[in-house]
Design a protein around this ligand. Structure first.
Ligand code: FES
Length: 142
């Protein structure tokens, strides 16, 4: 029925991908920890980035509703294998659309967008510079 969750939500809720934790002191790991003030739900999303600035792995732990868990599961799947710069453009509306989230659940997907950005920001801060890792990789290899 129209009131039941979309199959993508159920799938990512029943079998969330990439649940776990990385060592947050690892210099190649970026950690994003965000909360939704409206409901108190919390999401931690982590990325592992290689020397070329590509996200080679991602995991999450979400203490929240099913939609938030499904959103973080989708987010980790989407960002794996992508350059860090590319994932900054992922919008919560893309995730919400993929999962067919109802309007009242949009803030749950917002957590995932915020968590991705926070994780990239944390990783960048650890690199101690704001410039593109792609440029660094290029200058290092030439
Ligand atoms: Fe708050 Fe879903 S109800 S994150």
């Amino acid at each position: 029925s129209s009131r039941s969750y979309h199959k993508n939500v159920v799938d990512h809720y029943d079998k969330p991908r990439n649940v776990g934790s990385f060592d947050k002191t690892d210099p190649n790991v970026g950690t994003g920890l965000v909360g939704a003030p409206a409901c108190g739900d919390v999401m931690k999303l982590q990325i592992k980035v290689d020397a070329d600035g590509n996200i080679v792995d991602s995991c999450f732990k979400t203490f929240g509703c099913g939609s938030a868990i499904a959103s973080s599961s989708v987010a980790t799947e989407w960002i794996k294998g992508k350059p860090v710069e590319d994932v900054m453009t992922i919008k919560n509306s893309d995730i919400a659309k993929h999962l067919s989230l109802p309007p009242v659940k949009l803030h749950c997907s917002m957590l995932a967008e915020d968590a991705i950005k926070a994780a990239v920001k944390d990783w960048k801060a650890k690199q101690g510079k704001g410039e593109s890792p792609k440029l660094q990789a290029q200058s290092a290899s030439t």
